[in-house]
Design a protein around this ligand. Structure first.
Ligand code: FES
Length: 182
């Protein structure tokens, strides 16, 4: 299942990367490729926020992963919304014995290759197979050198900025993705 998702994602990456590359030059074209009603606002990173669910109470299960599954290791999920498909990795970050559910858009911020999670059972970061960028998840509640708590920031390689975050919320025994940056 995961492999199938990865193959599908690879195809989407090629399209998405091309679309975003064009979009950076011609904003109106982005509007015709992406349904603007699904977009919320530009974020501080210059990325765009896609609202998957307004609230965890009306969020479909396809945007969620059982916490128990995340205790075995990070899980890849393709978040589909309208014509978009956002590749995401859900995981748990262990900070002093406390588990924090997280999710990130797995498109590398360099040239868009899919990044791989690292850390085994608990997520500690990501690496990009294309040009060697490394991303580390900040586990200091007070921040890490200008980066926010749980931000997956660049520790090595050419990537210009942190991985785009996905806002999550827990309901019952599942972790739901509410908003994703693309
Ligand atoms: S695309 Fe990830 S380091 Fe270049």
């Amino acid at each position: 299942m995961v492999d199938e998702n990865r193959r599908e994602t690879l195809k989407i990456f090629i399209g998405a990367t091309a679309a975003l590359g064009i979009g950076a030059l011609t904003t109106p074209l982005v509007g015709s490729l992406i349904n603007v009603n699904e977009l919320k606002a530009k974020t501080a990173y210059g990325s765009i926020e896609v609202v998957l669910c307004e609230s965890v109470d009306n969020c479909p299960e396809e945007y969620s992963v059982p916490i128990d599954e995340l205790r075995k290791g990070p899980k890849f999920v393709l978040l589909k919304k309208g014509t978009m498909a956002i590749p995401a990795v859900f995981g748990l970050v262990n900070v002093g014995g406390k588990e924090y559910p997280v999710a990130y858009n797995t498109v590398c911020t360099h040239f868009g290759c899919p990044v791989n999670p690292s850390g085994g059972k608990y997520l500690i970061g990501f690496s990009c197979p294309c040009h060697g960028s490394q991303f580390i998840i900040c586990t200091n509640p007070n921040g890490c050198d200008g980066h926010a708590f749980l931000e997956a920031y660049v520790s090595a390689g050419p990537a210009p900025r942190s991985l785009r975050p996905i806002k999550v919320a827990v309901k019952g025994d599942r972790v739901y993705a509410l908003r994703a940056e693309i």
